[in-house]
Write a protein that binds this ligand. Structure first.
Ligand SMILES: [Ca+2]
Ligand SMILES: [Ca+2]
Length: 180
């Protein structure tokens, strides 16, 4: 049984839409450059090492897509070409793990292991998620009394977001239509 849960398919279609930063219905190298710049702007408080890590992680994400999934070799990934990226965690898990670690680390520039809500929301709205949904996801991660979550919680949540068999997870709240 290697099918994808409906919730996972919705999460993946959303991430595809967000990664298509220039809106031409395919993902290509330029989209990743634009996305990296956006996220680095939101991560102004992070040190050079953490900023370099997210650059490498985004570049690795793109290189993996281009080398493994660009079946017709045109330098662009369609949504159909993108789906196996999440359907095959054995094959793509390391890329997703590296990305999850680099992104979650940007949430913790002072390196105390904790992420405050405003930076969490800034990073994820920079990627393109709806602000109200970012707050809902943060709440679902069960923040402490000072409204913080752990870096490990965020990293695990990112990996779950890409997991084809997971449903009923905080990441599903990203897919919800924004409240009016
Ligand atoms: Ca594009
Ligand atoms: Ca911190």
């Amino acid at each position: 049984m290697t099918g994808m849960r409906t919730e996972a398919a919705q999460r993946i279609e959303l991430i595809f839409t967000l990664l298509d930063v220039n809106g031409n219905a395919v993902i290509d190298s330029n989209d990743f450059d634009l996305m990296t710049d956006r996220v680095l702007k939101a991560a102004a408080a992070s040190d050079d090492g953490a900023r370099a890590d997210i650059r490498v992680a985004f570049r690795s994400y793109w290189t993996t897509l281009a080398t493994e999934l660009d079946t017709n070799g045109d330098g662009a990934i369609t949504v159909e070409e993108f789906r196996p990226f999440v359907l095959d965690p054995e094959r793509f898990g390391p890329t997703i793990t590296r990305f999850a670690q680099a992104l979650s680390a940007l949430g913790d520039p002072d390196k105390d292991g904790l992420i405050e809500r405003p930076l969490f929301v800034s990073l994820l709205t920079a990627i393109g998620f709806e602000e109200a949904n970012c707050h809902a996801v943060f709440d679902a991660f069960a923040p402490d009394a000072q409204d913080r979550i752990t870096v490990a919680t965020f990293a695990a949540g990112i990996k779950d977001y890409y997991a084809p068999q997971k449903a009923g997870i905080p990441g599903d709240l990203m897919v919800a239509a924004p409240a009016v």
